[in-house]
Design a protein around this ligand. Structure first.
Ligand SMILES: [Zn+2]
Ligand SMILES: [Zn+2]
Length: 345
């Protein structure tokens, strides 16, 4: 594969401005791969970088192809794959407990501590690559990361505490909320009702398409919305909104033994331990990203439900329209998942 000597890269200057610079394409060191990026998905967690600026190129939901391999690697040039955003060692206690996102030995993350997927070429540790076959379009393959990975992780963590999940509520119908909805449907079964709240009608149209039950909070209360669908309480609440008010409403809506999974960052949560937790045996847990090993099962689900999952993607842009893509994503409220496609070299 012919690798260019230099590349055009975006600089996130802050205040929603993106400038373009030229930088040398790096060489892979021992254990590293140089990836030519095919696509990268925009994410709500890039907000701080888009408005506050960033010293490295953002982008942590990347799919690419091996353009060059450093010493001590086994991947062939031309291998395509999704990139697990966090480096991990594979041998520490957390990695062995299937919690590679909590690895104690390595902490670099593409798009945050290293250059990420809006650069045409990036360096990664070889163990971050999860190979995929050539038939899967790059844009759709990005769904294996924060959508399917983060979504499935939260559903599975709820399942560790609740043996009989029959009803689910998701707070917030942004991309993470839609991912939680989709993975709840795929992992718990189509018959399990999943209600999703939001204030934006556009997003709730996407909820309907994904077979969720939309609750428009500007027109109805959570209680009324649940009751209208025959749900008095729910077994699991997954919060993607990051709002304390949504978490508190979710905690109140839980049946005894229910689990509140906090996924969206944002605000805090306070509650009366005796009345709201102990007496009713409820649980409040967090769920962050996912384990590298989760990609294997999610790949199977992806193949089985590809057209269902692809509905999450609503917009695609070339790299030179990155700033416009982010504006639309953060300011319009009228998108699902937005993908930057680098195209083939
Ligand atoms: Zn993300
Ligand atoms: Zn580790």
């Amino acid at each position: 594969m012919i690798v260019q000597a230099s590349m055009k890269v975006p600089r996130f200057a802050g205040e929603g401005r993106i400038e373009w610079l030229t930088r040398e394409v790096p060489e892979p060191g021992p254990g590293q791969l140089l990836m030519r990026i095919e696509a990268n998905a925009l994410c709500g967690s890039d907000r701080g970088q888009f408005y506050g600026g960033s010293g490295v190129t953002p982008g942590h939901e990347a799919v690419g192809v091996v353009a060059a391999a450093g010493p001590d690697t086994a991947s062939a040039v031309g291998t395509r794959g999704v990139i697990y955003a966090k480096d991990y060692c594979g041998t520490c206690r957390y990695c062995r407990m299937n919690m590679t996102s909590q690895c104690t030995e390595r902490s670099s993350v593409i798009g945050f501590s290293e250059h990420g997927g809006y650069d045409p070429y990036i360096l990664i540790a070889e163990r971050m690559l999860f190979p995929i076959d050539d038939a899967i379009p790059a844009a759709e393959a990005t769904l294996l990361l924060d959508i399917m990975g983060t979504g499935s992780r939260a559903v599975k963590r709820a399942g560790m505490l609740h043996p009989d999940i029959r009803t689910v509520l998701v707070s917030g119908a942004g991309p993470i909320g839609l991912g939680l909805l989709a993975m709840a449907k795929l992992l718990l079964g189509e018959e399990v009702p999943v209600a999703v709240t939001d204030f934006v009608p556009y997003r709730l149209e996407l909820v309907k398409r994904l077979n969720g039950i939309p609750i428009l909070l500007s027109e109805t209360s959570l209680e009324e919305g649940l009751a209208a669908s025959g749900m008095r309480g729910v077994d699991v609440v997954m919060d993607a909104s990051g709002k304390e008010s949504a978490r508190r409403a979710g905690l109140a809506a839980l049946n005894p033994g229910g689990v509140l999974v906090c996924v969206g960052h944002g605000e805090g949560l306070s509650f009366r331990a005796a009345e709201e937790l102990i007496n009713v045996e409820k649980a409040v847990i967090g769920s962050d990203y996912f384990d590298y090993g989760d990609l294997e099962q999610n790949m199977k689900l992806f193949h089985a439900h590809r057209s269902y999952l692809s509905q999450l993607i609503t917009h695609r842009f070339p790299p030179d329209r990155l700033q416009e893509a982010y504006r639309l994503f953060f300011e319009s409220g009228q998108t699902g998942k937005v993908i930057i496609e680098h195209g083939s070299a």
